[in-house]
Design a protein around this ligand. Sequence first.
Ligand code: IMP
Ligand code: MG
Length: 177
Amino acid sequence: MPDTGITKVLIREEEIQQTVTKLGEEITQHYKAAGGELIVIGLLRGSFVFMADLIRKIHYPLVVDFMAVSSYGDGTVSTGDVKIVMDLDESIEGKHILLVEDIIDTGTTFEKVIRMLSNRNPASLKVCTFLNKPSRRKFDIQIDFCGKDIPDEFVCGYGLDYAQKYRNLPYVGVLGE
Ligand code: IMP
Ligand code: MG
């Protein structure tokens, strides 16, 4: 692999686009039936590439907002600490919220974010993740829209990083030792 450190391509660009299109259709159908004002919230930084593609596949009026929480630091092991680094601009009270994540691994980050946002009384709160590592889950999280389940391997690209690098890869690759 020309990109140093990547040993294998797990999800090719074409497959990413198919996955995102399928998610967009599911989400569109859901909110067309449910109605109401929709705010799509991306967790920075990992979700920004996926968000950009996903919102263009959702054919329903929406507002975009972002939130940054600290989770992993620079390594591959979760510290279990989660704090808000950048909060939302929009009030979510009475709005339908779609929370978008790049990957749900142990679920530590997401469980805390879901609890924080639920306390702000949204009309509904749904979860969309591009990737899911079910084998590592520590918290029970209901994922409403899931792109792909992947095995327990550390992946990079399409927004996902290792020590803030590799986010610009157009595919999802596995990082070797
Ligand atoms: P969790 O709290 O263990 O679910 O971890 C969530 C966060 O860890 C994600 O939002 C990612 O930023 C990061 N993460 C987990 N697994 C990977 C991976 O395989 N590659 C890159 N980042 C990951
Ligand atoms: Mg990260």
